[in-house]
Design a protein around this ligand. Structure first.
Ligand SMILES: [Zn+2]
Length: 444
């Protein structure tokens, strides 16, 4: 391995993301890669389709003894070592990847990463036999996170989130979606979105922002749910849309939370204000959220543990990405989403962590891959596809990230494993050897 020179950067905010040091303003050549997982769009038909369905999910586009060239932050060449163009200038740092696997950075398309406090006491109560719903009825659950998040300052929320983001990046996640939804009043929801916006400006990891004021009904609106829906529709969404504080609008469509009609109203209004629709659907009951997702052209429908055949059909017809959250089913000991059925019916399947203090206190994408293999019977190839290119599709970003393709962002992970199958197989260990983000080689 050549000596690496760490250069000063003109992106002053990068400096805030300790403990990383980084190479900047140089071009990279990753050589002698034992196994390159490309997930390249060259392999899909038609070639401009930026997601994979059915059997395509098992074709990872592997290249042995490979090279990847990244220039000005973007992938400019990839392929076999012997096909490397001889006329490349010397202005490259070469990094030898012998005995390593290289693949696109993981995309975590569903998290609630900004929150106050933590809920380890509830975890203990659940271990002792209490259910998630029983704990919520005693004042725990989402509303306990809401109480603490409302009290927390922006600075406190940011400090905590930053620690998580740094750890995620070290574990190979290069893009993450973060939702609001622990504020549930005007000022607190905007505070959360402000925190997400500032993190997006300051952190190395790419961040996508989602407004989910319709996450639960706050205590003060317990007897006036329509009043809360009016607050979301009349005040929050127009304000957020005008200031471009979020990319997506999401709703927890579930019995006892937001019904299908209300969810449709909120998501349709969000769309009119420039917020693309996402939906928490069919988590606890078969409720019709997946059908709604197809009907209104949602970018993704997430959870889907209780999805029906009609719901599956609706996602397929509407090209809605199904974001499965195996960590939640594992952590709460709930039913798993029918991944096999979704894949066999040609739905775009992604997996994400749903990192949050109550139902999945983990942001490890490889752990989610392992759980998806063991409990949802997805193959190692399918979980890799679901964590990269299909996860990018769930964020409407599959033109930019999620595969090794010319012109895509230089978001790449180098893994210290003999082949890609080790990633879900050897679980509980961080196999990430190095992370390259926007063509910047991170050292930590
Ligand atoms: Zn969620």
């Amino acid at each position: 391995m050549p000596a690496l020179v760490f250069l000063a950067t003109d992106k002053k905010n990068f400096a805030k993301s300790a403990p990383f040091s980084y190479l900047c303003n140089v071009n990279l050549k990753l050589t002698n890669i034992k196994q390159l997982v490309t997930l390249s769009s060259e392999l899909t038909s038609p070639k401009d389709r930026r997601f994979r369905v059915g059997d395509e999910m098992r074709n990872l586009g592997i290249v042995e003894n490979a090279v990847v060239v990244i220039e000005n932050g973007l992938i400019s060449h990839f392929g076999k070592m012997e096909d490397l163009p001889q006329n490349l200038s010397n202005n490259f740092i070469e990094y030898d990847c012998s005995d390593k696997v290289v693949m696109p950075g993981f995309v975590d398309s569903h998290t609630h990463l900004v929150f106050g406090g933590s809920r380890e006491d509830e975890f203990g109560m659940r271990s002792a036999g209490e259910t998630y719903q029983e704990i919520a009825e005693k004042g725990g659950g989402i509303l306990s996170s809401v109480r603490i998040t409302r009290e927390a300052s922006k600075k406190e929320l940011k400090k905590k989130a930053r620690r998580y983001l740094t750890s995620m990046l070290k574990q190979g996640t290069t893009t993450v979606e973060i939702k609001s939804g622990y504020g549930l009043d005007f000022d607190s929801e905007i505070k959360m979105l402000d925190v997400i916006r500032e993190l997006r400006q300051e952190e190395i990891i790419s961040i996508v922002s989602t407004f989910i004021g319709a996450h639960a009904f706050p205590t003060e609106f317990k007897n006036n749910p329509d009043g809360y829906v009016s607050l979301i529709c009349d005040q929050m969404i127009p304000y957020i849309g005008q200031r471009k504080l979020a990319d997506f609008c999401d709703v927890f469509c579930e019995k006892g939370y937001f019904d299908v009609e209300t969810s449709e109203k909120i998501l349709t209004l969000g769309k009119q204000h420039g917020l693309l629709p996402k939906i928490h659907a069919e988590e606890l009951t078969s409720f019709g959220g997946a059908e709604l997702a197809g009907r209104i052209g949602a970018v993704s429908a997430d959870h889907l543990e209780h999805i029906t055949d009609d719901g599956i059909n609706s996602l397929k017809q509407g090209n809605v990405a199904a974001v499965l959250l195996p960590g939640v089913s594992f952590f709460l000991n709930h039913q798993y989403a029918p991944a096999r059925k979704l894949i066999e019916n040609g739905v775009v399947v992604a997996i994400a962590t749903d990192f949050n203090p109550g139902s999945c206190m983990s942001y490890s994408m490889p752990l989610m891959m392992t759980i998806a293999c063991t409990h949802m019977k997805m193959s190692p190839e399918e979980v890799l596809t679901a964590s990269t290119i299909n996860a990018a599709a769930a964020l409407n970003l599959s033109n930019e990230i999620g595969s090794i393709d010319i012109g895509k962002r230089g978001d790449v992970v180098i893994l210290d494993i003999p082949n890609y199958k080790f990633l879900p197989y050897h679980f509980g260990e961080n196999h990430v050897y190095r992370v390259i983000k926007n063509g910047v080689f991170l050292e930590y």
